[in-house]
Design a protein around this ligand. Structure first.
Ligand code: PRX
Length: 655
């Protein structure tokens, strides 16, 4: 394993912010004592939490079993429960008239609200419609949905009838959607006619049609009317929800699921090969997301909680749908972008809905910072108590802007570190408890035991002031249980690199005070605007073009997106370098993956730096893209060292 840190945080900051509100010590939780107990009496801690936070149809036997070595982790075995029951039914009648979901539509001023009672009826109708069309317990259902309440309703309906959902972010292309449908052999797909985002229309149904043309497994496509646009309709395959739902009964019984039944799969990128469908099971996932949402966002009765992510990513699964609803809170779904119609949109949303917790990504904060803080003064942000960030390291400058201009120095900032694989937060400050350091995800959550390993030999670096790779020493309830259909890959990516540990793929520093600082990925995974992109996927998209012979993709620091994509390509003998070709290659990546993976820089080069055995020296490509060509190190071992000079000149030309 190459143990270099590719992401750059530029964070060397040990300042502790003690004075932020609510003042440290305000919470009644004794973090240290509870954390110690969660490790020393792990079974006792988790069984208490499981019985107090979740409603069970029948109690579990073992709290936890299995190990990282054997990859057979299981929690709360033999317990029976249902995710939808926990998120919706059990809040009735107490919360029947409380708003469960606020939907803030793409166009401002068009929000809608759904109470828990309404949510139950809507979920039940969709669940019954799915059953009517043949969806059975254990069938996988692909959801390709806009950010409308129906996305959450569809997820909950799947959970209700025991059909694992596989949500594909609606920014993925038809090709990427097809790969994901095929990987899980989905017979059922759910979508809408069109989506809206930032004033633009996304032709969801047409994309689904294109994807399904290569998916013989798909029998039924459920289509919601969203914009009511005229879209193609295949009478033998497609069904309009608007025709089915009115005839469906607004109650549908919940399936009693085993704790370890798969609740969903969600694809994410790795350093090699195609994206992996991480499988999350029912009880552990629900418990961890419920417990973290409760404490990390300091939920109080009557709060309005807004996570402005998309349900297509793990953040949306855990912290828009399951975590908040299990806690019976009011969760806001945001269909638009931080810049539409202008850069005051987030703050308009906070003011309009009196949002108490606001959760976004550092890239959004950096995008807004460019316009200056003035617009934050125009809105009443006094309802805010907790500000969250997720997805990438937050640079202290963005942290301070968020703290000062949005939180007015009175909010807790929770920099939550976690991954698709972890299901929920693993490291984060807790409001009113943790003295914060701007840019640090601070300390482990209850029951989480992080270690910093020496990447050279895997030994644990004990004590403080150490840097290495981040791993986990013990399992937590919401750890993904497998890579769907490829358990070997699960073991080889996460469990085998450092025996006895879960390997995160991130670099990390534990400072002199024991605070954790994520330094970025140590593998070939990039983080562009908080989106995880595998360099191998972009490379395979590029080499699929007839003119491309070889491709190597690396990241470089980009002020707003965190990282940008720099693609080095060599052409086939017949191909001719041109501006048109570069545009075609960009389009090629958009078609294979999606617009969010569009290359920032494409460098057409006569060759790539390779060792004499033919291995591409990515370290050199990274340094050149980062503009650090004066610290390339030894290039004499390259088969053709002269190629480096050409690359430096080419990059200087296009950057
Ligand atoms: O590198 C870390 C970064 O995002 C990766 C996980 O990406 P994904 O599975 O898409 O999940 C994103 C939402 C949880 C991690 O390996 N990352 C996530 N949160 C942080 C972070 N890096 C630094 N600080 C964070 N708070």
């Amino acid at each position: 394993m190459e143990a270099e840190t590719h992401g750059k945080t530029g964070v060397v900051n040990d300042e502790v912010i003690n004075e932020v509100h609510p003042p440290v010590g305000v919470s009644s939780l004794d973090y240290k004592a509870l954390y110690e107990r969660s490790l020393a009496d792990s079974d006792g801690f988790w069984s208490e939490q499981a019985r107090s936070l979740l409603t069970w149809f029948s109690d579990f036997q073992n709290v936890q079993q299995g190990s990282f070595e054997t990859g057979d982790i299981a929690w709360f075995t033999a317990g029976k429960l249902n995710a939808c029951y926990n998120a919706v039914d059990r809040h009735i009648p107490a919360r029947a008239n409380q708003v469960a979901i606020i939907h803030e539509a793409d166009e401002p001023g068009q929000s809608t609200k759904i109470t828990y009672a309404e949510l139950l009826a809507k979920v039940c109708r969709v669940a019954n419609a799915m059953k009517e069309m043949g969806v059975r317990k254990g069938d996988f259902v692909t959801l390709y949905m806009p950010m409308v309440p129906e996305a959450a309703i569809a997820m909950l309906a799947c959970a209700r009838i025991g059909a694992p959902h596989s949500v594909v972010f609606a920014g993925f292309s038809a090709d990427a959607l097809r790969d994901r449908i095929l990987n899980a052999s989905c017979k059922f797909v759910m979508t809408a006619d069109e989506g809206k985002r930032g004033g633009k229309t996304i032709p969801l149904k047409r994309i689904v049609d294109a994807a399904c043309s290569g998916c013989p497994c798909v029998k039924t496509v459920f289509v919601f009317k969203n914009t009511c646009a005229d879209v193609p309709f295949a009478a033998t395959r497609d069904v309009w929800m608007s025709e089915l739902l009115p005839n469906m009964r607004p109650y549908c019984p919940c399936e009693a699921m085993d704790s370890e039944d798969t609740l969903f799969i969600l694809y994410t990128s790795g350093s090699t090969g195609q994206p992996k469908g991480l499988a999350h099971t029912t009880a552990g996932y629900l418990l961890h997301t419920a417990l973290t949402t409760k404490h990390v966002f300091d939920l109080k009765e009557g709060d309005v909680y807004a996570c402005v992510a998309d349900v297509g990513w793990i953040t949306g699964h855990s912290y828009i749908v399951y975590g908040p609803l299990i806690n019976g809170t009011t969760s806001l779904m945001f269909e638009s972008t931080p810049l539409y119609p202008d850069h005051g949109r987030y703050w308009d949303l906070v003011q309009t809905h009196k949002v108490n917790q606001f959760y976004t990504a550092p890239t959004a904060i950096r995008a807004l910072m460019r316009f200056g803080p003035e617009i934050t003064e125009k809105y009443d942000l006094s309802s805010l108590r907790v500000l969250g960030t997720v997805g990438e390291p937050i640079n202290p400058e963005a942290w301070r802007w968020y703290n000062e201009h949005v939180g007015k120095g009175k909010c807790s900032i929770v920099d939550t570190w976690w991954q698709t694989e972890t299901g929920g937060h693993l490291m984060t400050p807790l409001p009113g408890i943790t003295p914060m350091k701007p840019g640090s995800c601070c300390f482990p959550f209850f029951g989480v035991e992080p270690v910093v390993l020496d990447p050279k030999d895997g030994h644990e670096l004990t004590g403080n002031d150490v840097e290495g790779v981040l791993a986990m020493k013990r399992a937590w309830p919401s750890i993904a249980r497998t890579v769907y259909g490829d358990h070997e890959r699960y073991l080889s990516v996460y469990m085998n690199p450092y025996k006895g540990y879960y390997f995160t793929g991130d670099g990390c520093r534990r400072d002199k005070d024991g605070y954790y600082w994520i330094t970025g990925r140590v593998d070939d995974v990039l983080n562009v605007s908080g989106h995880r992109i595998g360099t191998a996927e972009v490379e395979s998209a590029l080499v699929a073009h007839a003119s491309v012979s070889e491709a190597a993709v690396v990241g470089f620091p980009e002020p707003v997106k965190g990282q940008g994509l720099c693609c080095y390509v060599t052409l086939t003998a017949k191909a001719v370098e041109s501006g048109d070709l570069v545009a075609e290659l960009r389009m090629q990546v958009r078609q294979h993956i999606g617009a969010f993976a569009t290359p920032d820089v494409i460098v057409i080069s006569p060759g790539l730096p390779k060792t004499r055995s033919g291995k591409i020296m990515r370290r050199i490509l990274r340094k050149v893209a980062e503009g650090e060509s004066d610290s390339l190190g030894d290039v004499s071992t390259l088969a053709d060292p002269s190629v480096v000079e050409v690359l430096i000149a080419k990059v200087a030309d296009v950057m």
